[in-house]
Design a protein around this ligand. Structure first.
Ligand SMILES: [Zn+2]
Length: 336
């Protein structure tokens, strides 16, 4: 059965299509002479697990080639196009405006560039539902400053009516205690900005508990909630959706193996789950790959996938999601 897919957790830089990745690396003189496109891609796709902080290091190359407005616009356009054409009809893309400031771009200009890319995508695919989440960064890699994170919230408020649908806290979850971001979420609430928080990815269940206390409704990953029954119950009681990325969690060593990923356990307990790629380019995967992995390893049925997409569409911050919700509701009925 065909039904619209919903992807809410995809980092734009980690999702750059290979054709753009190679093009920008060549334009910037990063590809050594004699190295083919295929080899260059192979050298930069993860084939083994890495610590989350090493994964963050890989991002330095990706953000490094994304320092101009033209490239950010092209990336947003091309990525949305690829996602739509592969059946993802409701998309939230996220990126950190403060990671694109090396060549005199301002955070505001970075956001405007992404919005232009979205506008172009909608001209071609008018029924695509999509928006952006702007990521605040955890300080561990000195990528962010308090001021930049604050400015990120303000930008989300400024472009709220132009498809910036909220903010996120990304980066290295273990770098700075997550509780220290509470004033940021308080500020976001004051400005009417939605948010999701990376929590319980590499960090403990207590980080998920913190995220629940912030009432955002969604959590990036949240998989370590499985270690504390109390936290799992709170996720359910507060109707939280967790944005899960199975392959990414394995590659970044947040779970010891795919088989030990808690997705099935959490789902069976009643936690609402959204299925995502996180950083598909970096991991050499796409959304179909994730569905295949989850079906094969955890026996998810088509009905469960549709239900997961329905939960995700309901939890999305995007305007216009109602039509996706009704298509998924219809698909679910046909399954019964
Ligand atoms: Zn993420």
């Amino acid at each position: 059965m065909t039904y619209p897919k919903v992807e809410l957790h995809c980092h734009m830089d980690g999702a750059i299509p290979y054709r753009l990745f190679v093009k920008y690396c060549r334009e910037d003189g990063l590809v050594p002479e004699g190295v083919s496109d295929e080899q260059w891609i192979k050298d930069h796709v993860m084939t083994e697990t890495m610590s989350l902080s090493d994964c963050m290091g890989e991002f330095a190359l990706l953000t490094g080639i994304l320092q101009s407005a033209d490239r950010l616009e092209e990336l947003a356009f091309e990525l949305l196009k690829d996602m739509y054409e592969s059946g993802t009809k409701l998309v939230e893309l996220r990126f950190s405006p403060q990671s694109h400031l090396n060549e005199n771009l301002s955070m505001d200009e970075a956001v405007q560039a992404a919005l232009r890319g979205r506008k172009r995508a909608l001209e071609v695919y008018p029924d695509l539902v999509c928006g952006f989440l702007l990521c605040m960064m955890n300080f561990g890699l000195n990528l962010g400053t308090l001021e930049n994170n604050k400015a990120t919230i303000e930008l989300a408020a400024k472009y709220k009516d132009q498809s910036v649908v909220g903010i996120d806290l990304a980066g290295d979850e273990t770098a700075t205690p997550i509780e220290s971001y509470a004033p940021m979420f308080e500020y976001a609430r004051q400005l009417g900005v939605n948010y999701t928080i990376h929590a319980g990815e590499s960090g403990p269940a207590s980080n998920v508990m913190f995220a629940i206390s912030q009432k955002g409704g969604r959590i990036g990953h949240g998989i370590h909630s499985i270690e504390d029954e109390n936290v799992v119950n709170e996720l359910i009681r507060n109707n939280f959706l967790i944005e899960v990325s199975v392959t990414s969690n394995f590659f970044s060593r947040c779970v010891p193996s795919i088989a030990e990923h808690p997705i099935r356990k959490l789902w069976d307990k009643g936690v609402m789950i959204n299925i995502n790629t996180d950083d598909p380019e970096l991991m050499g995967i796409d959304l179909k790959h994730e569905y295949d992995v989850i079906a094969k390893n955890f026996g998810f049925t088509e009905r469960e996938f549709i239900l997961s997409n329905l939960y995700s569409a309901r939890a999305s911050f995007c305007e216009g999601r109602e039509k996706i919700i009704s298509e998924l509701t219809k698909a679910l009925k046909e399954c019964e």
